[in-house]
Design a protein around this ligand. Structure first.
Ligand SMILES: Cc1cc2nc3c(=O)[nH]c(=O)nc-3n(C[C@H](O)[C@H](O)[C@H](O)COP(=O)(O)OP(=O)(O)OC[C@H]3O[C@@H](n4cnc5c(N)ncnc54)[C@H](O)[C@@H]3O)c2cc1C
Length: 392
């Protein structure tokens, strides 16, 4: 069908952001095709995915509007009710409590594979044409449409194409959109652990000179860790046996939850800040990691990507409601400008926090301890920080 048919939208990349984008635009009434190079990993209840997100409340609301939140929540989404952040060197602590904001939880801890699984299950019912495996290789465009060429020679035509094909986006490169990139020379070491003391439904984060260590509360009393470490230190902890890795983690965590026991193998991801020069070139739009990659310390990577999607779907719904062209250049430009400024602000904020805290010089240590304490003592400041993370 796609060979001759002109879709409204072609979304390239079926990760969390691309699948949510295809679903949201189809629900907004657009004829949508999703192109994904590789079949997604099937989520398995007894084999938790190592990539885990602190999912913000505004994105849970987006999934609710898309009709998939109940299916995600019913499978495995662990609410976290508190967030405690403290600094290894400076002492002061920042604490957020859902009760204080009149909420049941601050957000949910959810696996990447589960989100993808539930989004993909909803695509056919929403009328999205899914093509997988379908790898984008080249594209051409004129004033009216984009023509995407897939490996194997098939072509797909659409009014706009959305690049949701991740940090190394082929569509972004083919569209000639540049990036600025900074490697943190750190890796995020991830895995599941059991702790001697209960996690108290709390997302814990300790800032250490080498980078932050987060313990995110999951079901059955387990926790998912994201430990940002300089390259060499990451290689060192990856090579430790389970007993020594548990000891290293407990030490790094100041034994706050007692002894730590690894439950799964570990994995590691390189950490970087990467921003595309623009989110829009002609009829190509960028969302998710194709547009921005941020440090995982605030757990905002996928949350920012889903905010790109929510804003795009809102703009389409608004235009269609007024009976005007949803794909007009100025409308897309307005979306792109707004999203890029929010994404840029977020990327640089997390960068600043990482630089200030991955540092044991005396002055930054004194200042940041004071900053955490101050934020905790001034309710409006704490509320602003929490609003930024939760998106509400
Ligand atoms: C250690 C670590 C911890 C993290 N923790 C958090 C967290 O707590 N909270 C949070 O919000 N974020 C977190 N993130 C960030 C998060 O993982 C990413 O922001 C998110 O996965 C990006 O999703 P995406 O859909 O944009 O891209 P991806 O997940 O990279 O998906 C891109 C998709 O495009 C497909 N594709 C690629 N090329 C092509 C092509 N040519 N043709 C067709 N398809 C193609 C790929 O197969 C893939 O399915 C973390 C990241 C790391 C590294």
């Amino acid at each position: 069908m796609s060979r001759r048919h002109r879709h409204d939208v072609a979304v390239v990349g079926g990760g969390v952001v691309g699948a949510a984008c295809a679903l949201a635009l189809a629900r907004a009434g657009l004829d949508t095709v999703l192109l994904e190079a590789r079949p997604p990993t099937v989520w398995q209840r007894d084999r938790p995915d190592l990539r885990v997100f602190a999912f913000a409340a505004d994105n849970a609301a987006l999934f609710g509007r898309l009709g998939v939140w109940d299916a995600v929540r019913g499978a495995r989404a662990h609410p976290y009710r508190r967030m405690r952040v403290w600094d290894a060197a400076a002492g002061d602590e920042l604490c957020f409590d859902a009760d204080r904001y009149g909420r049941e939880s601050l957000g949910w801890i959810i696996e990447n594979a589960l989100l993808i699984d539930r989004l993909w299950a909803a695509l056919p019912g929403a009328g999205v044409e899914v093509r997988c495996p379908a790898e984008l290789e080249a594209f051409d465009h004129d004033g009216e449409a984009v023509q995407l060429r897939l490996a194997g020679g098939d072509r797909v035509t659409a009014r706009i194409a959305v690049a949701a094909d991740g940090a190394a986006s082929a569509l972004r490169r083919l569209a000639g959109i540049g990036i600025t990139r900074h490697d943190y020379s750190q890796r995020g070491v991830v895995g599941y652990v059991a702790t001697e003391k209960p996690h108290e439904d709390t997302a814990w984060q300790r800032f250490l000179p080498g980078g932050p260590l987060a313990l995110l509360p999951c079901g059955d009393g387990s926790s998912s860790i994201v430990w940002s470490l300089p390259e060499d230190d990451a290689q060192h902890v990856l090579a430790l046996d389970d007993a020594r890795f548990g000891e290293a983690l407990a030490r790094a965590f100041d034994a706050r939850l007692g002894a730590v026991r690894p439950l799964t193998p570990r994995a590691a991801f390189p950490l970087r800040r990467q921003l595309a020069d623009t989110l829009l070139a002609g009829r190509i739009l960028l969302v998710g990691d194709a547009a921005h990659v941020v440090h995982p310390l605030a757990g905002q990577g996928v949350n920012l990507g889903l905010r790109d999607v929510a804003a795009l779907a809102d703009a389409v719904v608004d235009a269609r409601g007024r009976g005007v062209d949803w794909a007009s250049p100025h409308r897309l430009q307005r979306w792109a400008r707004r999203r890029r400024s929010e994404d840029t602000l977020a990327a640089w904020s997390f960068d600043g926090i990482n630089r200030a805290y991955s540092n044991d010089a005396l002055l930054p240590t004194l200042l940041r301890g004071h900053a955490l304490g101050l934020a905790g003592r001034i309710p409006p400041l704490a509320r602003a920080l929490w609003r930024h993370a939760s998106g509400i």
